[in-house]
Design a protein around this ligand. Structure first.
Ligand code: NAP
Length: 295
């Protein structure tokens, strides 16, 4: 199930498990990690700030309890957002920091919290209006030289910003992690994904199920639900699998990141790999959400 994010870059499982919502007791995280690995999901997405700076450490407790797990997985984490938090008393306002010092310090913290000697991929979490690309490039170079981070990318960057940073970084950026789902498909139309196709770099897709809103009582119209359920029935899959298959068949080779905290749904998500959508059903799903045909 592993595939290259870009030629010569890291190989991640095509479906990734995201730890944003994993502020859970350690045995539960342990169960989710094992469910993911058993389902062929070997890549885990983190950020320093997840769980108000707690989730990396909770996940790290699982690795510390069973160190052999580390070599069976790939770890992605992010840096660059500073939250107001009891654990960060010097932060007066939520802000971004992509200074060389902060990037390096954040990686040191993530390594310590996750209980590992290396990160497979480090992402700049959000575009920082004060980002100095020379400093970012220098931080990346130092982290790569020391072996602390193997590959680098960005998140929530526009195509233009991705290309701008790439001009300064002395090796290929390996991904841009952006929000993409049937319900929020802007990145497929506004050039973000086109830029990645130009560079032959795969996007990672966050909130691939739209953050789960679809599954709530008021999360979708009756017509949308009816249409998606009828397409799912045709492929004998669940609506979750259908929503993931909608992403997986895109030629940009998206890597959806599941956000579930439920071991059964991790297994279900992994099963989406076996669903191959027909082009007309792809457009039928788009219409079910947009409410109209394409032009
Ligand atoms: N780079 C960024 O800026 C950024 C931003 C946001 C997220 N992310 C990454 O993307 C990952 C995924 O984001 P996400 O959590 O929003 O993804 P998601 O998979 O779209 O949404 C997950 C939510 O949907 C619910 N859900 C899923 N299937 C369901 C079902 N069949 N019935 C009912 N509820 C269901 C889950 O609840 P249960 O837990 O109960 O299953 C969970 O609350 C995060 O963990 C993080 O790693 C990155």
């Amino acid at each position: 199930m592993k595939e290259f994010l870009t030629a010569g870059g890291p190989q991640l499982s095509r479906i990734v498990a995201g730890a944003w919502r994993w502020k859970l007791p350690v045995p539960e995280i342990d169960r989710l990690v094992h469910a993911a690995l058993e389902a062929g999901i070997s890549s885990f997405d983190h950020a320093d700030i997840y769980g108000d700076y707690a989730n990396e450490e909770l996940f790290g407790k699982v690795l510390k309890g069973n160190p052999s797990l580390r070599n069976r997985m790939e770890l992605v984490t992010k840096c660059g957002i500073k939250l107001i938090s009891k654990s960060r008393p010097t932060h007066r306002i939520k802000h971004y920091d992509t200074s060389k010092e902060h990037i390096i310090l954040s990686v040191e913290n993530s390594l310590k919290n996750l209980g590992t000697d290396r990160l497979d991929v480090l992402l700049i979490h959000r575009p920082d209006p004060l980002m100095n690309p020379e400093e970012v490039a220098e931080a990346f170079r130092l982290l790569q030289e020391s072996g602390k981070v193997l590959y680098f990318g960005v998140s929530n960057f526009s195509g233009t910003k991705f290309e701008m940073l790439q001009r300064y970084v002395p090796f290929p950026l390996v991904t841009n992690q952006v929000e993409i789902s049937l319900f929020n498909n802007k990145a497929l139309f506004d050039g973000t994904v086109d830029t990645l196709l130009t560079h032959q770099v795969s996007p990672m897709a966050w909130s691939p199920l739209g953050g789960g809103k679809y599954f709530t009582a008021s999360g979708q119209s009756e017509a949308t639900e009816k249409e998606l359920e009828s397409v799912a029935a045709k492929y004998t899959c669940t609506v979750s699998q259908l929503l993931l298959a909608w992403l997986l068949c895109h030629p940009a080779r998206l890597f959806p990141i599941l956000g579930t905290t439920n071991a059964g749904r991790i297994k279900e998500g992994a099963g989406a790999i076996d669903v191959t959508l027909d082009r007309q059903d792809w457009f039928a799903m788009l219409k079910a959400v947009a409410g109209n045909d394409v032009a």
